[in-house]
Design a protein. Structure first.
Length: 302
């Protein structure tokens, strides 16, 4: 094999890598989409239930395109329930805009209940990854954030003033046009803030569906939700792998969930699990590849 051939091959590979990187930075990270999942229940049909799920805005000022997309996608879907699954912020200066977007959704859909879970990036800003390859090997939770500390109490108060339910490790029952919905929500297990004991009860009254919601889909939380009888589990956090292999899928999830379940509808011990690939990215990793940012619309046929 000649040195010229090797040099040309190396140059070609470098060119392909640069092209893929530029595509991920300039195109795909803003190429938003809305994906639909349908879940068929065994229980008698009452009325279809539509849930709009979004997560991982990772918003900082100057990214209004992301807020416009999620607002329009959710309102256009005309859901019966909205779920925001955490990691909203990359910068303290973006808090008011994120609150305003959540408020605009509830104002546009005044009869639709809305639930928000918190993620690490509702508490802390980003930090540069000194070793990005750790994402390929680390599956641990209880990560210790070191970025800018946000005023999370103010953020929660803003969401609640806008009509959102924000149960930080809590349970409850809400009323929808389809009937009563039981929900369990834990704080982000990725930073060790989940309290499974606070969401240990099953509903003591008839409900149309029992939901388990978490930002990060760690298996201990999924196992717990299955154990208390949840009919559907919703999560974000994984970014769908963020950089995926075409026709193969995600390589990582940044938690202990298998990469094959990094986004979309799958099953955990026979219980439906929907993980959204989210809408944003870290300030220090501003790209996506073969993993478009998304809003997820879930239709439950009961």
């Amino acid at each position: 094999m000649s040195n010229r051939f090797i040099a040309r091959s190396a140059l070609g590979l470098a060119g392909m890598a640069a092209t893929c990187f530029l595509y991920g930075v300039a195109i795909e990270r803003r190429w938003y989409t809305t994906r639909f999942d349908t879940i068929h229940r065994d229980r008698p049909v009452v009325s279809p239930l539509r849930i709009a799920l979004f997560s991982d805005l990772h918003y900082r000022p100057g990214q209004e395109h992301r807020l416009h997309y999620v607002m329009n996608a959710v309102v256009d879907a005309q859901p019966d329930l909205i779920v925001s699954a955490g990691d909203n912020l990359e910068h303290a200066g973006g808090m008011d805009a994120v609150i305003a977007t959540h408020a605009a959704m509830t104002a546009a859909l005044p009869s639709v209940p809305a639930i928000a879970a918190l993620g690490a990036h509702d508490y802390w800003g980003p930090t540069p990854a000194l070793n990005p390859f750790r994402y390929f090997v680390s599956r641990t939770s209880n990560v210790k954030p070191t970025g800018e500390r946000f005023n999370t109490d103010r953020f929660i108060a803003g969401l609640e003033d806008a009509g959102w339910i924000v149960p930080v490790n809590g349970q409850g029952v809400l009323t929808s046009p389809q009937g009563r919905i039981h929900f369990s929500v834990v704080d982000d297990p990725h930073i060790g803030r989940d309290d499974l004991g606070a969401v240990a009860h099953q509903p003591n009254e008839p409900v149309v569906i029992q939901l388990g919601i978490t930002h990060a889909p760690y298996r201990r939380v999924l196992d717990h939700y299955v154990g208390i009888g949840c009919d559907l589990i919703l999560a974000g956090h994984t970014h769908g792998g963020q950089v995926c292999v075409p026709f193969y899928g995600a390589l990582v999830t940044n938690c202990d969930l298998p990469p094959a379940q990094a986004s979309g509808l799958s099953y955990h011990r026979d219980t439906p699990l929907v993980v959204t690939a989210g809408l944003g990215h870290s300030t220090y990793a501003p790209f996506r590849f073969a993993c478009r940012p998304e809003v997820r619309i879930i239709d439950i046929q009961m």
